[in-house]
Design a protein around this ligand. Structure first.
Ligand code: ATP
Ligand code: MG
Length: 448
């Protein structure tokens, strides 16, 4: 029995308009796949036998974006949603493993489906004809199998991005990558070097936040190492440490799945131990140590994320989490204030989630003291965040204007004094009270 496909009314309308004008038209690709998977598609794409100019005439809608016309794509805006309507086409030669140098418009939907990457994406549907499935896509969806349409080596050689797309679909939807497809994917992994970083990064984000990311990171680490060579030494890197039963890569994978599927957190978990291989030492007992790996990792993470074209805010956020992931303050107000000073309120929840996942990813049972530590740390952080104390200049009971009002001149000395006051408040040697801080400031200004 065919799965039922529910097509939104607006999509049905667009398909019907094209059909009424004498063309064939279908919902196609990811939207059909997602609907069968009982997922809500992000967008609905339509394919049609109408050429772009015929599509424009048939729809006669005011909001049309024509910038994909060369490849046969018309984007129409209808009821505040964009729809891509693409003419049935075959792709010409792929000279550079990226984009076809030309496309040819065709009349047969089968030809159009044949150029698509995976059988599960090579499905089309309309109400009149039902599901169009020439390549076994429905069966593959039912069995959760990801398989190339046609010869997998050729398909990856045409467009190397499909390698990342395969890993992404497997991670998002729990597909098993079929054997021949997986073998070809590995054989052709080097082609990822030809692909624009922005496109890879888009897929990498989806891969990392997938529900089924663990087996993919485990089985395809060396494929990802084509994109991020810095992870290669992590794979199989033994830690020689009684606190770790897993190698650096296995531990990393567990940390990734141990944090919620949010982009920045997953990135931080992915990179948190990237500084380990280059900082490894062994002591006289043969025990392994990784002194300084968080700050080495911070620098590496910044470099990698910059190369991968992440935005500055993401880079700063993730690199800071990597830098601080190993910082476990003692459970005193003073130490917790120092942590809050270093991490800031906004990043704190992510840091605590990362540290928790890190502690639970060592391949060893987690001791009750460790669980208790995290509970208490969280409680202490919250208490400090809501207390009258200060761990940032902003929270200090005096500011620059207050100091100038009692006669301390504007300038570098003023900044030094404010920082010294903050130090004392964090240390607990001064209360965060205006009068006390003002007289301490005056003393400091006279002393310097
Ligand atoms: P998503 O859920 O992320 O939108 P999708 O499969 O819909 O996934 P799109 O990039 O929206 O991905 O592409 C729509 C359809 O176009 C795909 O389902 C597939 O049929 C085809 N397609 C997209 N990219 C490629 C590619 N690189 N090679 C071959 N076919 C592709
Ligand atoms: Mg899509």
């Amino acid at each position: 029995m065919q799965p039922t496909i529910f097509v939104p009314q607006d999509v049905r309308y667009l398909i019907h308009r094209l059909q009424q004008a004498g063309y064939r038209a279908y919902a196609v690709g990811g939207c059909v796949r997602d609907t069968i998977l009982h997922k809500t598609p992000d967008d609905w794409d339509i394919c049609t036998s109408a050429r772009p100019e015929q599509t424009l005439a048939a729809l006669d809608l005011p909001n049309i974006i024509e910038n994909g016309l060369k490849h046969g794509t018309v984007t129409v805006r209808y009821h505040d949603t964009n729809y891509e309507i693409t003419t049935f086409r075959t792709d010409g030669v792929y000279a550079d493993h990226r984009r076809p140098s030309s496309v040819t418009f065709v009349q047969d939907v089968r030809e159009d489906l044949r150029r698509r990457d995976f059988t599960v994406n090579a499905l089309a549907y309309n109400e009149e004809e039902g599901l169009i499935d020439y390549f076994g896509g429905i069966e593959d969806i039912e069995n959760r199998v990801l398989r190339c349409v046609g010869d997998p080596d050729e398909r990856f050689q045409e467009d190397g991005l499909r390698i990342m797309r395969a890993l992404r679909f497997a991670s998002r939807d729990g597909f098993q990558i079929e054997e021949q497809t997986a073998a070809a994917l590995r054989r052709n992994a080097h082609l990822l070097k030809n692909i624009a970083m922005e496109r890879i990064t888009t897929e990498f984000n989806k891969l990392l936040t997938g529900d089924h990311v663990e087996p993919i990171l485990t089985a395809f680490a060396s494929v990802l190492a084509v994109v991020i060579p810095e992870i290669q030494p992590m794979i199989g890197f033994e830690q020689h440490n009684p606190h770790h039963a897993l190698d650096v890569w296995q531990h990393t994978v567990k940390a990734v799945v141990g944090v919620p599927p949010e982009k920045r957190l997953r990135l931080a978990a992915f990179f948190h131990d990237i500084g380990k291989p280059s900082t490894f030492t062994r002591d006289e007992q043969g025990i392994g140590h990784f002194y300084g790996h968080p700050s080495v990792g911070e620098q590496m993470t910044q470099d990698i994320l910059r190369r991968m074209r992440y935005d500055n805010e993401t880079i700063a956020h993730v690199a800071k989490l990597v830098a601080l992931h190993n910082r476990h303050p003692s459970l005193t107000e003073k130490s917790v204030r120092r942590l809050l000073h270093a991490v800031g309120d906004r990043l704190l929840p992510d840091l605590l989630r990362l540290q928790w996942a890190d502690a639970h990813a060592k391949g060893l049972p987690v001791e009750t003291e460790t669980e208790a530590y995290f509970e208490q740390l969280k409680a202490l952080c919250e208490k400090e965040m809501h207390s009258t104390t200060a761990y940032t200049l902003k929270m200090l009971a005096v500011n620059g204007n207050d100091l100038m009002a009692v006669g301390i001149p504007k300038g570098t000395q003023l900044g030094r004094i404010l920082n010294a006051l903050l130090e004392d408040v964090m240390e607990g040697t001064l209360p965060n009270e205006k009068d006390v801080l003002l007289s301490a400031a005056l003393e400091l200004s006279q002393g310097t």
